[in-house]
Design a binder for this molecule. Structure first.
Ligand SMILES: *[C@@H]1O[C@H](CO)[C@@H](O)[C@H](O)[C@H]1NC(C)=O
Ligand SMILES: *[C@@H]1O[C@H](CO)[C@@H](O)[C@H](O)[C@H]1NC(C)=O
Ligand SMILES: *[C@@H]1O[C@H](CO)[C@@H](O)[C@H](O)[C@H]1NC(C)=O
Ligand SMILES: *[C@@H]1O[C@H](CO)[C@@H](O)[C@H](O)[C@H]1NC(C)=O
Ligand SMILES: *[C@@H]1O[C@H](CO)[C@@H](O)[C@H](O)[C@H]1NC(C)=O
Ligand SMILES: *[C@@H]1O[C@H](CO)[C@@H](O)[C@H](O)[C@H]1NC(C)=O
Length: 784
């Protein structure tokens, strides 16, 4: 009794201390420490339950409190069995989160448990997915081994640690590697850990995606560095190289192939499911391994994405050979990309893309696996009958689940590290509160099976503990050792920290060996075949398709929104910017809340597809959570741009050669040539509408534009006065400011007869060398 009392008293004292020590949304140290501790408590709540109720099985079901077990009866149940290898994957995958907590005794305890669990290593009759097993098991073990052996880390295990984590990682890698023994060298999607390729059905191996074919290079090259055995890196890197060779002429990669033949199965590319970690590992591999060629792959692939896929708020899917938009949806997995952009130094655009994820979270209470941003296009986008039916029923959310994926939190964390804007801490607080209330069940955390109804999902995937809660913890943990290290540390795609010490790097370059004849011969055979194919012809895996010289697609602004502007419209947009009385507390700066006039643009622009399910109707958008907003937003700095009522379209021009455009510091773009691909985003300007910069268009534009003496062939009279004008708002992924111009060098261009022809025939120009399209002047495209 006495002990009990004392314990309650202690609890009271501790709670009393933490509450009185901070004022919510001040984000002082005490408040951040409080959140950080809460995240850790949540983690251990679920982890303890897993150990008690599900271990040694792979996952714990959070609602029914029973293990989620591999389907041993039906080996063809790949959806379930891809990840659940009967190897306690939750235990392995979440160990580095414990390392991030600096909890040495728990780290040691779980590591010992792993050691005892696998006396036979991974000698299991389980067919699993190579990619998933690599990132969760091989990656988790390698990263844990790094922590265990690095004396500068809090969870360092000291000399008595004998390296069993690395041995296990290597054992698993040896069982996965035979998946690469194909004619092409591209890996099969699945393999049996005990029997290799024996007994796999055709369905299990006929298709593999780009992320899965390229990504294991990262974990396996890391393994090579730690073991000096070069084969892991060499075999998987060959596959990464080969995957990149499957790109189209535009440097865009279709997402799905037959790994045995190289036959292409998909007709679009993007940044979401099936391709996400290809980009991620090109950049992160370049950083971790100091690898120039990987950096080139990142650079070229990212440039292509910026050119063909980048829209204001997200990256669209595009056809790999024409570069035209296809498949008008956003995958939840793409929410990781802003974090990667931060790593690449592209912080400004990352902010925009992350706001899209935020709006999805506001709307659906999580991020649906797939959201359609354009209803109309969707109907004729070549979907199958079933897909069309599903589309009708589910309207804007064709894939309706949110399994507590980490990507939104991950990008929010990286943006916070880069900007220190409390805006991102506020996102973290909202996600934390959702974990404490909406996602918490008796034994763990369950996501949403259907965002439209709020139906719960009785599953806790391993990434909840290994990634989502890890990034959330790090968001609040200013002092984490990972934030103060000088290592070249990067997070794997499963959020396992990886770094290579200088001594490891040196030792690897001096002592590496490659003696495994099977894989030496395999690589030689692959390369010989490459040479033969090259000698035969230059043909790649798929045929080149050229665009007609102009391809025009309607994009983003929906025709319906081009309603004539009226004073009523002006009144309504003002309401979008919330007016909340600011309190007298110490006001500090949130760049996103203040001085950013587009925070509510998405709400308007995608109003017809961002539809809140009824059960969430009363929920408050998290960015204007009253207490946060009153503290961090200063009404004198909060402005909302008027939503655009104009329409825009994209125009792709394909000219032989490779030209270079230059964007000047003031945003204008110049070029000396017309060669290469040009992707214009063009806005139709008409008086009375509001343009994309939030300005009302007046008839004064006809005076500033060069509209005199225009000739229109279709009109009998010839001379005419245009009623609308065009303006370029983006070119090859580069945004133009409202007064930005595109200036072509007249002397240079007209020197070349073909160029002169294109300019005259495709564009035509006004007497003062303003270019036109469809006989309409483009007010900011000049020959000078
Ligand atoms: C699954 O793992 C458990 C625990 O290690 C083991 O006892 C069991 O034999 C395994 N089942 C199969 C079918 O491999
Ligand atoms: C991958 O490509 C780069 C650049 O061509 C080359 O240096 C490297 O050796 C290739 N790696 C493998 C394993 O083929
Ligand atoms: C809000 O901004 C205005 C203008 O910069 C400034 O004068 C005012 O002090 C700010 N309000 C607070 C509460 O800091
Ligand atoms: C979205 O559209 C609905 C229905 O047309 C309208 O009631 C609502 O005010 C709009 N919201 C925004 C933010 O434009
Ligand atoms: C941008 O800079 C270029 C070169 O300095 C200049 O010619 C052009 O007029 C500028 N454009 C604007 C809109 O200021
Ligand atoms: C255009 O090209 C000519 C010929 O190469 C060059 O002399 C001139 O400086 C260029 N003009 C501009 C504005 O760059």
């Amino acid at each position: 009794m006495l002990i009990h009392l004392a314990f309650s008293l202690l609890l009271l004292l501790r709670c009393g201390f933490s509450i009185s020590d901070f004022d919510k949304y001040s984000f002082n140290r005490a408040e951040l420490n409080h959140y950080k501790k809460q995240v850790k408590d949540l983690f251990y709540f679920a982890h303890d339950n897993y150990l008690e109720k599900a271990y040694p099985f792979d996952e714990l079901r959070p609602i029914s409190c029973v293990p989620n077990v591999r389907n041993f009866d039906d080996p063809d149940d790949i959806i379930k069995n891809d990840v659940l290898g009967n190897f306690s994957v939750t235990l392995i995958d979440s160990l580095t989160t414990i390392a991030i907590f600096n909890d040495r005794s728990k780290f040691r305890q779980v590591a010992e448990l792993i050691k005892d669990r696998f006396p036979q290593k991974f000698d299991l009759d389980s067919t699993v997915q190579v990619f998933e097993t690599t990132i969760r098991v091989v990656g988790g073990l390698i990263s844990s081994h790094l922590y265990a052996t690095d004396p500068s880390k809090q969870v360092y295990l000291g000399p008595e640690y004998d390296g069993f984590l690395l041995d296990l990682a290597q054992d698993m890698a040896d069982r996965l590697l035979p998946a690469y023994l194909t004619t092409t060298g591209l890996p099969l999607a699945r393999i049996n850990l005990k029997h290799g390729l024996v007994g796999l059905t055709a369905d299990m191996v006929a298709e593999n995606n780009v992320a899965a074919m390229a990504s294991p290079m990262f974990e396996f090259t890391m393994l090579s560095h730690l073991t000096n055995n070069e084969k892991y890196g060499a075999v998987t890197r060959y596959a990464m190289n080969k995957t990149w060779e499957l790109k189209s002429e535009l440097n865009l990669l279709p997402m799905s192939f037959n790994p045995e033949t190289g036959q292409c199965y998909s007709h679009f590319t993007g940044i979401g499911a099936s391709i996400d970690s290809f980009y991620e590992y090109a950049l992160k591999g370049a950083v971790l391994f100091n690898d120039e060629h990987l950096h080139e792959i990142w650079h070229d692939s990212f440039e292509a994405l910026k050119m063909y896929c980048k829209a204001d708020w997200f990256f669209v899917n595009a056809h790999p050979t024409t570069g035209q938009m296809s498949a008008p949806w956003v995958d939840s997995l793409g929410a990781f990309f802003p974090g990667l952009q931060v790593l690449a130094g592209d912080v400004e655009d990352a902010k925009f893309k992350n706001i899209m994820s935020l709006k999805l979270w506001d709307t659906f209470g999580g991020i649906p696996e797939r959201w359609l941003f354009q209803k109309e296009v969707a109907q004729d986008a070549g979907l199958s009958l079933e897909e069309k039916k599903a589309l009708k029923e589910r309207a804007n959310v064709p894939l309706e689940w949110y399994p507590l994926r980490p990507e939104f939190v991950e990008s929010t964390y990286f943006l916070y590290r880069a900007t220190r804007d409390p805006f991102y801490l506020n996102i973290g607080v909202a996600v934390l509160e959702s974990f404490q209330t909406r996602f918490k069940y008796k034994c763990g955390f369950g996501g949403i099976q259907d965002v439209m109804t709020g139906e719960a999902q009785d599953r806790m995937e391993t990434f909840v503990l290994s990634e989502t809660l890890k990034y959330l913890y790090l968001l609040f943990d200013e002092d984490n050792e990972i934030h103060h290290t000088r290592d070249n540390v990067v997070f794997s795609t499963e959020a396992h920290p990886m770094w290579i010490s200088a001594s490891t790097m040196k030792s690897y370059s001096q002592n590496k060996y490659f003696t495994d004849l099977l894989y030496l011969q395999h690589l030689k055979a692959c390369r010989d075949l490459d040479d033969q194919l090259k000698a035969k012809s230059n043909r790649r895996f798929f045929l080149k398709e050229r665009l007609p010289e102009f391809a025009k697609t309607f994009f983003s602004e929906d025709k319906k929104t081009a309603i004539r502007h009226s004073t009523k419209k002006w009144a309504s947009f003002k309401k979008v910017c919330p007016v909340i009385e600011t309190d007298t507390g110490p006001w500090q700066f949130s760049n996103v809340l203040n001085n950013f006039d587009r925070l509510f643009e998405i709400d308007h622009r995608y109003n017809d597809t961002l539809i809140k399910p009824l059960y969430l109707a009363a929920s408050e958008p998290l960015e204007i959570n009253t207490r946060f907003y009153t503290r961090w937003a200063n009404q004198s700095h909060c402005n909302c741009r008027a939503p655009a009522t104009t329409t825009s379209f994209e125009l792709i021009m394909d000219m032989p050669g490779r030209g270079q455009l230059e964007q000047l510091p003031n945003g204008s773009i110049t070029s000396d040539t017309l060669s290469g691909r040009w992707k214009f985003r063009i806005e139709k300007l008409q008086p009375g509408l509001v343009d994309i910069y939030g300005q009302e268009i007046t008839s004064a534009i006809f005076e500033t534009a060069d509209c005199k003496n225009l000739f229109k062939p279709s009109l009998q009279t010839g001379l005419y006065s245009p009623t609308l004008l065009y303006r370029i708002t983006a070119l090859n992924g580069m945004q133009l400011p409202s007064d930005g111009q595109v200036v072509l060098n007249r002397t240079r261009l007209l020197e070349v007869p073909e160029n002169a022809n294109v300019l005259r025939q495709l564009f035509g120009y006004t007497p003062h060398h303003q270019l036109m399209f469809e006989s309409t002047p483009i007010i900011n495209l000049y020959l000078a």
